[in-house]
Design a protein around this ligand. Structure first.
Ligand SMILES: Cc1cc2nc3c(=O)[nH]c(=O)nc-3n(C[C@H](O)[C@H](O)[C@H](O)COP(=O)(O)OP(=O)(O)OC[C@H]3O[C@@H](n4cnc5c(N)ncnc54)[C@H](O)[C@@H]3O)c2cc1C
Length: 190
């Protein structure tokens, strides 16, 4: 396939692709866990009664959603996580004792002691050193762009960023400046 420009948005797999060009971007893939939990008196946590929420005590940051369709209270930790040497190898929930201990510890302290783990899952954050996005052309390639390193908070921006990327690839002015997402801010680490 021949194309005038290429855009790489491969999340945790980005460096697998840029490696073909001998480029390693400052991306830190982290194993993240999130869980569904139930309580004896589950009605408190139902959708429509219990809010989505965030918690930050300066040491740890958690977020959560009410029980929707009997799935249980959904809670995840935004900070922390285990560094992944190879982003393709994501050990399942429960591989480490802290997977369950951490979430039960948090919920027993801040919710109620009768909360039990229903199901835990894992996924990946692809963090950058400053936990902000990388949206830029690759060094020495004016026709290859990357958008990656969304550091656990990119989903909500996906449509807006997608629109800006489309504009740039069609050589139009993007709706917002993407200057602050340039790779040059990490110059000494590429
Ligand atoms: C538990 C959890 C909760 C989150 N909660 C929120 C939230 O509340 N709000 C929010 O804004 N963000 C949240 N995020 C972050 C959000 O999901 C990510 O920032 C966003 O999905 C990153 O988008 P991406 O396109 O860079 O990567 P991805 O969504 O991972 O997409 C990358 C795509 O590239 C493909 N790919 C990978 N490697 C290759 C390869 N070598 N070749 C071809 N294709 C490849 C993958 O299959 C995948 O389809 C959360 C993330 C997690 C893990």
């Amino acid at each position: 396939m021949v194309a005038k420009k290429l855009l790489i948005t491969a999340g945790k797999g980005t460096n697998q692709i840029t490696r073909l060009l001998n480029i390693k971007l400052p991306l830190i893939p982290l194993r993240k866990t999130f869980s569904w939990l139930t309580a004896a008196e589950n009605s408190y946590y139902k959708e429509g009664k219990f809010p989505a929420w965030g918690y930050d005590d300066g040491n740890s940051t958690y977020y959560g959603f009410p029980d929707i369709n009997e799935k249980g209270l959904k809670i995840g930790r935004h900070d922390g996580g285990r560094l992944l040497d190879d982003p393709r190898e994501l050990e399942q929930f429960g591989t480490y004792s802290e997977d369950e201990q951490e979430i039960i510890g948090f919920t027993h302290k801040h919710f109620s002691k009768d909360i039990e783990l229903k199901e835990g899952k894992v996924c990946t954050y692809t963090n950058t050193p400053d936990e902000d996005f990388i949206i830029d052309y690759l060094p020495e390639y004016e026709n290859i762009m990357v958008a990656c390193g969304f550091s656990g908070h990119g989903f909500k921006f996906a449509s807006g960023i997608g629109e800006c990327l489309a504009s740039i690839l069609m050589e139009k002015q993007p709706a917002i400046s993407l200057e602050s997402f340039r790779l040059s801010r990490f110059d000494d680490s590429i």
